[in-house]
Design a protein around this ligand. Structure first.
Ligand code: CA
Length: 337
């Protein structure tokens, strides 16, 4: 049976006693409320709502904006076990561990790293980046074989060996990006601590003093727990469950179809996991030197332009500019018939 323990120090004490007497770990329960869940990684087609008992996590579609993610404080010890109780559609959210490799708070690249656990891979946790980027951050991958979310993965036991100095910055979950899903996270567990989620508020401040002419002021509430640390929106993001894409500026292609009096142009921006970083791509179409259309494209965007000239209307020029540079010039001279 779970005991409800609210104070972090009590949780730590219970864990120590359990370890000292070699008693099987007794689950402690911590309750996460809305102010304690960082939703900054949730995108516009993803939603996280607090229920009385649990978190409603869902996405509207399977675009790259479909990402419902939350992070919370799970202490700083690298966990041996992580689990999630999910009731919902087929693909549950991945469990996440955000950590600093060397445990030293500084501005180096080793500060923020993420391991992701998904039911599809069992006990195997994959690094949110490839083996080369892990190596650049001083991380030795337990395994670099294929068949996981990235080519840098291993069990938590293996990771613990390879990351002896790691300091955990946050735990959490992510449905997507790129996954259509709907369900409830009833709870998550990191080692012996069960994290439950609730919309039921508690008074965070001290009780108000009794009413009356000389009513005493209530005592001040205890200071809140330190907030979790999350990286600035990172360059490497995940698409769907397991495709890693390095994002950057949007690039794209055009295709021209020319007829006797008509010019059609198809613009296709490249596909990518992430529209949140990098510069957008700007196309401009000029017809006889006048701007006829402008398209600003994010990843995956498509646009279509068409112009038709009157019969026997002389020479015409259609030019296409990509980020301000002319990349195509099409000349048309419509005949009389
Ligand atoms: Ca560090």
């Amino acid at each position: 049976m779970n005991r409800t323990i609210k104070s972090a120090t009590t949780i730590a004490a219970v864990a120590l006693i359990s370890a000292g007497f070699a008693i099987p770990a007794q689950a402690a329960t911590a309750t996460i409320r809305s102010g304690e869940l960082d939703l900054s990684r949730t995108r516009t087609s993803g939603h996280v709502e607090f229920l009385r008992h649990g978190l409603h996590v869902y996405t509207d579609d399977n675009t790259n904006l479909a990402k419902a993610a939350g992070f919370f404080n799970v202490g700083t010890t690298f966990p041996s076990t992580v689990s999630m109780k999910w009731s919902g559609t087929g693909i549950p959210p991945g469990s996440q561990i955000v950590f600093d490799t060397d445990g030293i708070t500084n501005a180096n690249d080793a500060q923020f790293n993420t391991l992701i656990g998904e039911t599809a891979y069992g006990d195997d946790y994959w690094y949110n980046g490839d083996a080369a980027s892990a190596a650049a951050r001083g991380i030795t991958c337990p395994s670099t074989t294929g068949g996981s979310g990235s080519d840098c993965h291993g069990t938590l036991a293996q990771w613990k060996v390879n990351l002896p100095n790691a300091k955990v910055l946050a735990g959490g979950f992510s449905l997507g990006s790129g996954v259509l899903g709907d369900g409830v996270i009833e709870r998550m567990q990191y080692d012996s601590t069960v994290y439950e989620f609730t919309s039921v508020p508690i008074a965070l401040d001290g009780a108000t003093g009794p009413a009356g002419a000389t009513g005493a002021a209530g005592a001040a509430g205890a200071a809140g727990a330190a907030g979790i640390q999350l990286p600035p929106l990172v360059v490497t993001e995940t698409l769907g469950q397991d495709v890693l894409v390095q994002s950057g500026d949007v690039s794209g292609k055009l295709r021209v179809v020319k007829a006797k009096r008509k010019v059609r142009i198809f613009f296709q921006a490249d596909k990518s996991a992430d529209t949140l970083t990098g510069k957008k791509l700007t196309w401009k179409v000029k017809v006889d030197r006048k701007v006829a259309a402008t398209y600003v494209q994010s990843f995956n965007d498509r646009d279509y332009f068409a112009v038709r000239f009157p019969k026997a209307s002389g020479k015409h020029t259609v030019s296409v500019l990509k980020n301000g540079k002319v990349v195509r010039t099409i000349k048309v001279r419509p005949r009389r018939r």
